[in-house]
Design a protein around this ligand. Structure first.
Ligand code: ADP
Length: 402
């Protein structure tokens, strides 16, 4: 079965076509700068990469381009669209309702629409992606995979804020958590790599990319995570603050900052970018720090210190810890950050293998010594494969049911 995975953002659609159940990627690519007259399509099939520049007015047109290139006699991966039986969509917010991936029907669509209120920057684009795929592939089974679903197992004690309870009752103000598909994928891989049953495995999974979050996974289920009501809470990120004293907002409001300015400040101008004043990109900061830029060095140190604080607190949350996973662009590729996070953690049973850590780039590998009580694993995340897996399983169930 061919499964198309769609990740629709505000101005881009990323896609991967899988042959399932083999999990073979047949083609992948992205349309960028949708709505611009300089839109671009990048498409890779086998060793060939095709780039097309043309105005793409909206997501529907982008979807048309993607399906055109997937069926292109030269660059394509299928002969006809009917071969694509299933489409898996990344959807950011599933509220408290969706504890797993769902086949899209009118009710599911209505709920995703309702959760626009909770994720106004993401769910609208995810919805547009689903509708465009429905329009272009009316016979395919559409599946929605929610970033929040993996964290719906958080206990009340972890998801409740110490705000007036009525805010939860009236507005569902609580911690939801995000990056769930990534945390689930790497936690399962960690269980496989450590030879522990996935429902008995305890891991702390650190997704360190542009957005960063960490999760405590007990017996294969998420029991705590650092992102909260929105992705702003928790770790220091490329441009987001992570945890900070919300009273700073009242103070700045007094100084004349309005709501929009505060929102931009916290989500777009803070984190690594805000601290360094130079970049949100860890590669750039590493280079600047090596050249003696003290602000870049500070940004890296604050970033790693925050991760260490969360590791300590999740160590306390879990009754036993089998593995820590580092993933995302930074976790997979940055030995310096991994060293700063993991050094001097022998009280947690962690003995970093400095030599292995230095060489581990973008591959599945343990960066701790063989006698380390807790393994630290670098595991490249693969949210697309996880979405393709869910979509395939749900579509197969539909096919079987009378
Ligand atoms: P996104 O959250 O947008 O998917 P990624 O997971 O791709 O982001 O992570 C982006 C981050 O990973 C950036 O800060 C980038 O600098 C960092 N990164 C990627 N490759 C490396 C590398 N070789 N060394 C250090 N940092 C890296």
């Amino acid at each position: 079965m061919k499964v198309l995975v769609i990740n629709a953002g505000s101005s881009s659609i990323k896609y991967q076509l899988y042959d399932m159940p083999d999990r073979r990627v047949l083609a992948k690519g992205r349309v960028e700068r949708i709505g611009d007259d300089q839109s671009e399509l990048f498409h890779t099939c086998g060793d060939e990469t095709v780039t097309r520049k043309e105005p793409v007015a909206d997501h529907e047109r982008a979807m048309e381009l993607i399906l055109d290139i997937l069926t292109d006699p030269q660059a394509g991966a299928v002969t006809e669209l009917a071969e694509i039986a299933t489409v898996g969509h990344r959807v950011v917010h599933g509220g408290e309702e969706f504890t797993g991936s769902m086949i899209v029907n009118d009710q599911v669509l209505a709920s995703v629409e309702r959760f626009v209120d909770l994720a106004p920057l993401h769910n609208p684009h995810n919805l547009v992606g689903i509708r465009a795929a429905q329009a272009k592939l009316p016979d395919a089974t559409q599946v929605a995979c929610f970033d929040t679903a993996f964290h719906t197992t958080l206990p009340e004690v972890a998801y409740m804020y110490a705000l007036p309870f009525e805010l939860y009752e009236r507005f569902r103000v609580r911690r939801y958590g995000f990056h769930g598909t990534s945390h689930r994928y790497v936690a399962r891989r960690a269980a496989t790599l450590t030879g522990i049953d996935k429902y008995q495995s305890n891991t702390i999974t650190c997704h360190l990319g542009n957005g960063c979050s960490i999760a405590a996974v007990q017996n294969g289920r998420s029991v705590d995570t650092s992102m909260g009501f929105t992705p702003l809470e928790g770790l220091v990120m490329g441009t987001r603050t992570g945890d900070f004293d919300p009273a700073i907002l009242f103070y700045l409001a007094d100084k004349g900052y309005d709501l929009t300015a505060l929102n931009t400040l916290c989500n777009k101008k803070s984190g690594l970018l805000g601290l360094s004043g130079a970049s949100n990109d860890m590669r750039t900061l590493e280079k600047l720090a090596a050249e003696g830029n003290s602000r870049a060095e500070l940004a890296i140190e604050v970033f790693c210190y925050r991760v260490r604080k969360y590791l300590g607190s999740y160590f306390a949350v879990l009754n036993e810890l089998h593995a820590i996973v580092l993933t995302g662009g930074i976790g997979e590729n940055c030995p310096l950050v991994r060293k700063l996070i993991c050094q001097n953690l022998s009280q947690m049973g962690i003995e970093l293998d400095i030599g292995v850590n230095e060489k581990a780039i973008g591959q599945e590998i343990a960066i701790t010594t063989p006698d380390s009580k807790v393994a630290v694993l670098v595991i490249p995340t693969n949210e697309e494969q996880a979405i393709a897996g869910d979509a395939f399983e749900l579509a197969a169930q539909v096919a079987k049911s009378p």
